[in-house]
Design a binder for this molecule. Structure first.
Ligand code: IDP
Length: 156
């Protein structure tokens, strides 16, 4: 019952959204997506442009290290800067995941054409966006990008 009540009230959460290098290659895309977020009612708590080393990208995606796409994923994520955005708001983790759509842009263009990955995504790897998938991942990823003290400020 408590769970249901929290859901209807909208649990206050934080999440890490990433605009991947193909989006940053087109500044107009960044502006449009940021505007979209700002008009949604969700809060941009922090923003930071990062340019990951191979080691940082490997660490961020460590859970995928045995997958066939790992090398190309790390290459993609180190091909240019990434915009890291700490979002906060009620149920923001699932809100951002739904706004992005699922992993594969071509599939999204068939099933969910208004989602961000359908509109901007290039390939299964170069899918333009990241969003934390749980409260625990969000914490780990926000601390990874912004550091522990900043994370504590975000969740206050
Ligand atoms: P998600 O980003 O939609 O949560 P994950 O399974 O966590 O998807 O995968 C992380 C990233 O790895 C994806 O966003 C995408 O860039 C890449 N990726 C995932 N699955 C595939 C695949 O089947 N082929 C190529 N790249 C993939």
């Amino acid at each position: 019952h408590i769970h249901t009540l929290n859901q209807s009230a909208g649990a206050l959460e934080a999440t890490l959204a990433l605009l991947k290098p193909d989006i940053l290659a087109n500044p107009a895309f960044v502006d449009s997506i940021i505007n979209d977020i700002q008009n949604s009612g969700m809060k941009i708590a922090l923003r930071k442009q990062v340019f990951w080393t191979q080691g940082q990208a490997e660490q961020f995606y460590a859970e995928h290290r045995r997958r066939f796409f790992f090398d190309r994923l790390v290459k993609y994520m180190t091909s240019g800067p990434v915009e890291a955005i700490a979002l906060s708001g009620p149920n923001v983790i699932s809100w951002w995941r739904q706004k992005m759509g699922a992993t594969r842009p071509a599939q999204m263009r068939m099933t969910n054409p208004t989602c961000l990955r359908a509109r901007y995504g290039l390939t299964d790897t170069r899918n333009s966006f990241h969003g934390s998938d749980s409260v625990e991942s969000a914490k780990r990823e926000l601390v990874f990008v912004f550091g522990q003290p900043a994370y504590k400020q975000i969740i206050l």
